[in-house]
Structures are given as C-alpha cells and as structure tokens.
Design a protein around this ligand. Sequence first.
Ligand code: PLP
Length: 423
Amino acid sequence: MQCDSYPMNGYADKAALLDDARTYWNPDKTDFWVDNGIPMVLGRREGYEFEDIDGNTYIDMHLNGGTFNLGHRNPEVIAALVDALGRVDIGNHHFPTSGRAKLAKMLIDTVPGGTMDKVVFGSAGGEVVDVAIKSARYATGRRKIVSVVKAYHGHTGLSIATGDERFLSMFHCERPDEFTQVPFNDLDAMEDALKGNDVAAVIMETIPATYGFPMPAPGYLAQVKALCERYGALYIADEVQTGLGRTVDFWCFEHHGLTPDIVVTSKGLSGGIYPVSACILNQRASGWLSEDGFAHMGTFGGSELGMQVAMKVIEITRRPGTVVHVKELDEFYSKAFDRLLADHPSLVEVRHDGTIAGLKFAGDGEPAVTFSKMLYDRGVWAIFSTLDKSVLQFKSGLLLDMDQAENVIDRIDDALDDLDRAC
Ligand SMILES: Cc1ncc(COP(=O)(O)O)c(C=O)c1O
C-alpha cells in the first residue's frame, strides 16, 4: 500500500465517525451495514485491495460497479491526473478543448462500424442516460421510452423513470405514462410496446447488472435492435457496467451482433480517480448538436482534468496485453464456475461473461446478502444484486493477477461449503 495515512479528519476512531455519519450523512445506510455485520469504512487502498480503517484487508470484487476496473489508485491514471493538475483545471464548459475533441474521437473509434458521430460528456451515468433519452426524443420527435423490468439506469430525472418502482414511489416520482417497461428476454412484449410507431427509444443494459446479470437469450438484443429499426425507435445501449473491456470486447454489445444508435458509459471511464461519463451518438441521434449546441449543458461535463484521465483509461484498456489478460481471466473463471457449480448444491446458477458474473444461490430470503457477509468474513468484498438478492454480483478487475483470481475462487469455494451446510 502506498498512501501513508487515511485522513481521519479529527475523528478519534471508527465509532465516532459512524456516529456522525448516522447523524449528518445517511442513518439508514450507515445502520444497514453495521446491522449486517459489515461496518466498513474504507481506509488505504491500492490495486485490487483495500483496507477497512481497522486494518483488515479485502480483495475488491465489487469495484463499485466497475469504477475500479483498472484497480484502486492506478499509478498511470494518477500520473495522468497529476500531470493535468500541473497545467489545467476543470475548464470552461462552453469552449472547445484539445481533450474534449480528442477523447470524443477516441470514444467514437471504440464503436465498430464507423457509425458513431458525436460525444456528449457528463460526470455521472444517470446524467448521460438523460442526454441519451433527450437525444432520441429530438431525433424522432416522439416521447415514449421503453426499458426492461428491473432495469437500472440511474436516479436522475429521466433515467429514474426507466427504472424500478423501488426507487420511484417514495419520492412521488410515479412512472410517467410515456415510460413503459417490458420483461427482459421477451421479444413479443417488446414488439407490442414498439408497434404503435410512437417510441423514441428502447434503453437496454446489455446485461442487467443490478438485476443480477441475467444473460440475454441468444439473438435477443440483435432482434430488439431490428424491432427498433422496424418501428422507427432508437436503441440506447447502457454500457455503464458492461463496457470498457469487462467482457473481453471493449463493448459488450459487440458480441451480441448489433450496433446501437447511442452508447452510454461512465463508472470505469473515471479510472476511479475523476468522475467522467459520456454519451456516444450516431448521426441520427446527434442532430441537436448541430442545431443548438447550448441546448444541454453541465458545468462539469467535459472537465479538462477528466478528459486526460479518461484518455489514459481507454489507452490502458485497449492495450493488447490488457485484452489478452482479460481473455485469460475469462477462461479461468469459466472453468472455476463450472467446478463450483458441480461441487456446491447451494450454488444453482452462474451467469458469466468475461470478468463479470452473477452467482445465484438456492434458498428463500436473501441468500446473496448472507453470502456477501460470508465472503467479507473471508477477506473478499462482493455485493448482492439490489434488485435480486438471491444473486451475488462478481466483478473482477481487468488487471487482477491470476494468483489473486485463484485466491478469490478458493475463498468463494470455502464460503460455499458453509452455505451448503446451511441450506
Ligand atoms: C447500468 C447502469 N447505468 C447507469 C447507472 C447510473 O450511474 P450513476 O450512479 O453514475 O448515475 C448505473 C449505476 O450503477 C448503472 O449500473
């Protein structure tokens, strides 16, 4: 570990800090973790490990949804930021900059087929989902948006309307009539939603992460795209969790045989160091940028510091050595999951692609919450799926070395022995 000390900001110990977190920050969330035996306050962190401020070490298999895809405090990403800090700041969001132009071009080049045209930058995933929806509405002159049941696209004004009831009703944000949900992997329901020729866009997580990574049926996503074309809607690929090399290809939709009209990315694009998000638009979706470039704005979108960080992230992610390593991890995890499935009756299903997976457990209640705690007790941090608590999210870093990967699988194996006995 490199950093010398975690800033305690005057708190004598963890208990004092948790007290103020309860009082001034988020009482329910603070208590949830404490009550579930996971009183985590992140301390030192480096690579794919972090410490609790009590000094216990954990391998990070959550990565905050992929934010730490390239590890915590990746030295190359830090160097890019430090270099930028020596010369620029956030910048003025109205003016062109070399970083904005260059990163936009780099992102356009990541999408095969040469169909992408412009990029809008933001600082969080939900924000650029909103941009994607607005762009589709401008392009089509239609208002309706279709998403899948248990989708998760963020908590901003439009993105939240595409998501689960759980996050809507308490804020009296009941789903507006122009937002419709259909079951995942159900093409008939998708066609029913589209055939009125009045839908602006379908938004799809390529693999719905917060729902526990259920895999798209073979051909499903390409057929959804074909339905969009037939009925005049745009296809928005939300690759916030599945993109940036996590499933071997740079974008997960690449091995599902389609090219979206709009791609949304965030989390890992930040390198875990500086918030950056982006909405990549094809020519049909990008029209508003030629008509009125002041129509959508955000002070921090396109921060000059963030541009330098994101360019470094893309460069590292696309390196041949990185891609080869992710393939190795993919093959290793495939075999390991087959073995775990054969050996453990409590593990009933594994949904796996590249460095991400959903591990589904037998039993009623919330077995993935239990399993998350079992792993925590064994020095691994992996989180349950918020919208299906029978599934644990397994998210491995792109650069995790093979010894650490084996170590994680061994600890999962050991925890599954306990879960088998409890079932
Ligand atoms: C697939 C997906 N899209 C969008 C978002 C929203 O991103 P943010 O939390 O940065 O707004 C998330 C966040 O977890 C996500 O998982």
